[in-house]
Design a protein around this ligand. Structure first.
Ligand code: NHW
Ligand code: EN5
Length: 435
C-alpha cells in the first residue's frame, strides 16, 4: 500500500520489462515506452518551501558538520548502533569516521545536505540522512543528481513515520540547490527498482568466517579443505601492477570515462579532483603494515602502467574500499574486515584492443584480463588483513565471479532513481531473479 511512496515521483508499478530483463529478454527500448525524463512537472527553486518540515514535538533538526571530529563521531555512533543489518541480525555495517568523512565530503559537497534529528531534551542525535551531489548518466541523458545514503533512525524510534519526514526534508534541501533527481540503493524492495544486484563473497580467511557463522561449511567439506581452496599466492601476478599515485589521475580519469561509457547507467566522474578524492585521499596516513594496511585507510587503488617508458600509459585501474561489519553474536571476534570491489576500468574492454578477432575473442580477452586484475586485488586485500572480499552482480563482474571463487550471499542491493522515468536498463538484473 505504501502510504508514503505512493505520494512520491517514482514509478509506481514494477514494469513487466524489469521482470523480462531479469530473464535475459530485454525488449527494444522503443517498444511502447514513454520517453525517458522527469516524472514530476519541472519546478523553480523560487517555488521550493523555505522552512524546514515540522518534526514531532520534542525533536529538532541539526546539520552535523562531518569535518568536525566530535560531530562526525556522533553520526558514526548512531550508525554503528542502528544502521543496516543482515536478515538475521548477525552482522551490522560498521562505518569508520574516516569512511564517513570520505563518503560525505567529496568535492563540491553541500554541508546542508547532511541532516540530523536531535532529541530536544538532551540533544542526543537520533536520526540522520545524507545527500551528496554527483552526475548520473542514463543512456544519453546526463542529469544532476543527489546520492542519498545513510538514512537511519534510532531503534527506539522505528515505525513512527519519521523516515518520510527525513526524506522530504532532504528533498527540499536538494531542490533548493536546483537539483530535482536522486539516486539511492537499499537492501529492501521499495517502489520501484530500476535494477537489482546480488552480493557475492570471496572468502579470504575461512577459519574466521566459519567460526563467526558468516560462511557455512558445506556437507562433505572441511575447514582445512577450504583453507586450501581459498589460498592465494604471496604476491600479485599482473605485470606492472602497482599502487595508484597522484600522477596517474589524468589517465585514470580518461580510462574510466571510456570504460564506463559501455554501460547504460553510470555515476560519472567529471574532474581530476573527484578522482583524487575517491581514489587517493581515502588512502589514510602512515606506513603500510602487513596484515593491517594503513591506519584509517578507506580506499585502495591500483593501476597497471604499460612497460613502454615513453608514454607511461595506464592500461588498467582497480579499486576497492574497506567497510567492516560488526559481529553481533560472537564472544571473541568483534569486527569482520570486509573489502568491497569499487570502480575499475581496463582498456582490454575498449575497441582499439578488442577489434581484432571478433566478439567472442574480445570477451575472452577481457575476461582473462579481469580475472588477473581481480585476483591481484584479492592478494592485496588478504595481505592487508581483510577476511572477505565482496562484489555485486553488475558491470563486467559476471566474467570473474565464479572463476575467482566468489559465492552468492543472502543479500541484495536494489537500485533506485527518484523523479526519473526510464526505459528498462540493460544488465540491470544480471543473473538475479528476485523481484
Ligand atoms: S538503505 C539503508 C537504510 N537504512 C537502514 O536500513 C538502517 C536501519 N533501519 C532504519 O534506520 C541506504 C529504519 O528502519 C529506516 C526506516 C530509517 C530505514 N529507503 O519511519 P518509518 C539509504 O540510506 C519507508 C526509503 O515508520 P522505519 C537510502 C517505508 O517503505 N524508504 O519506518 C535511503 C515506509 O514508506 P511506505 C524506506 O522502519 C533512500 C516508510 O519508510 C526505507 O522506522 C531514501 C516508513 O517509515 C529505505 N531504506 O524507518 C529515499 N526503509 O510508503 C531517498 C523504509 O512504504 C529518495 N522506508 O509506507 C530521494 C530523496 C532526494 C530527492 C532529491 C530530488
Ligand atoms: C548503502 N547505500 O545482507 C545501502 N549482507 O550477502 C546498504 N551475507 O553479508 C544496503 N544471514 O551471505 C546494504 N554469507 C544491504 C546489505 C545488508 C547486509 C547483508 C549479506 C550480503 C551478507 C553473508 C552473511 C549471512 C549471515 C546469515 C552471507 C555466505 C557467504 C558464502 C561464501 C561462500 C559461498 C557461499 C556464500
Amino acid at each position: 500500500e505504501h502510504k508514503f511512496w505512493k505520494t512520491q515521483p517514482v514509478p509506481q508499478t514494477l514494469s513487466e520489462n524489469l521482470h523480462r530483463a531479469s530473464r535475459g529478454t530485454v525488449p527494444p527500448a522503443s517498444a511502447n515506452q514513454e520517453p525517458d525524463g522527469p516524472i514530476d512537472s519541472v519546478k523553480d527553486v523560487a517555488d521550493v518551501r523555505k522552512e524546514p518540515l515540522p518534526l514531532p514535538k520534542g525533536y529538532e533538526w541539526c546539520t552535523p558538520d562531518i569535518t568536525i571530529d566530535e560531530e562526525c563521531k556522533e553520526v558514526q555512533t548512531l550508525l554503528s548502533e542502528n544502521y543496516v543489518e543482515d536478515d538475521d541480525a548477525s552482522f551490522r555495517l560498521h562505518y569508520s569516521k574516516e569512511f564517513l568523512h570520505w563518503a560525505l565530503a567529496p568535492p563540491e559537497y553541500v554541508a546542508d545536505w547532511h541532516l540530523g534529528v536531535r532529541q530536544t531534551s538532551n540533544k542526543k542525535l537520533v536520526a540522520f540522512i545524507s545527500g551528496i551531489p554527483l552526475s548520473t548518466r542514463v543512456r544519453d541523458h546526463t542529469i544532476k543528481t543527489a546520492e542519498i545514503n545513510f538514512l537511519v533512525t534510532h531503534k527506539k524510534l522505528r515505525s513512527k513515520r519519521l523516515a518520510p519526514v527525513l526524506i522530504k526534508e532532504v528533498t527540499r534541501r536538494v531542490n533548493l540547490k536546483g537539483v530535482w533527481q536522486a539516486v539511492y540503493t537499499a537492501g529492501v524492495v521499495l517502489p520501484t527498482p530500476i535494477g537489482v544486484c546480488r552480493y557475492y563473497h570471496r572468502t579470504l580467511n575461512p577459519v574466521k568466517l566459519v567460526d563467526i557463522g558468516f560462511t557455512p561449511v558445506r556437507r562433505g567439506d572441511t575447514v582445512s579443505r577450504m583453507v586450501r581452496r581459498f589460498g592465494l599466492p604471496a604476491s600479485t601476478s599482473t605485470p606492472n601492477f602497482r599502487e595508484m599515485c597522484k600522477e596517474d589521475i589524468p589517465q585514470v580519469l580518461d580510462l574510466m570515462k571510456r570504460y564506463m561509457a559501455r554501460f547504460e547507467l553510470e555515476q560519472k566522474f567529471d574532474t581530476e579532483e573527484e578522482i583524487e578524492h575517491w581514489f587517493i585521499s581515502g588512502r589514510g596516513t602512515g606506513e603500510y603494515v602487513k596484515g593491517q594496511g594503513r591506519k584509517g585507510q578507506v580506499a585502495w587503488a591500483y593501476v597497471v602502467e604499460a612497460s613502454d617508458p615513453e608514454t607511461h600509459r595506464i592500461t588498467d585501474f582497480m579499486s576497492f574500499y574497506s567497510l567492516p561489519s560488526l559481529i553481533m553474536k560472537h564472544a571473541k571476534h568483534k569486527d569482520l574486515g570486509t573489502a568491497y570491489l569499487f570502480y575499475y576500468a581496463t582498456d582490454a574492454a575498449l575497441s582499439s584492443s578488442s577489434s581484432q578477432g571478433g566478439e567472442e575473442k574480445a570477451k575472452e580477452r577481457l575476461s582473462k584480463r579481469l580475472n588477473s586484475l581481480v585476483n591481484d586485488c584479492l592478494i592485496v586485500a588478504k595481505d592487508a588483513g581483510f577476511d572477505v572480499f565482496n562484489a555485486l552482480t553488475m558491470m563486467d563482474n559476471n566474467l570473474f565471479l565464479n572463476e575467482q571463487l566468489f559465492g552468492p550471499g543472502d543479500g541484495y542491493l536494489v537500485n533506485y532513481l527518484y523523479n526519473w522515468r526510464s526505459a528498462p536498463i540493460d544488465g540491470a538484473a544480471d543473473g538475479v531473479d528476485v523481484l
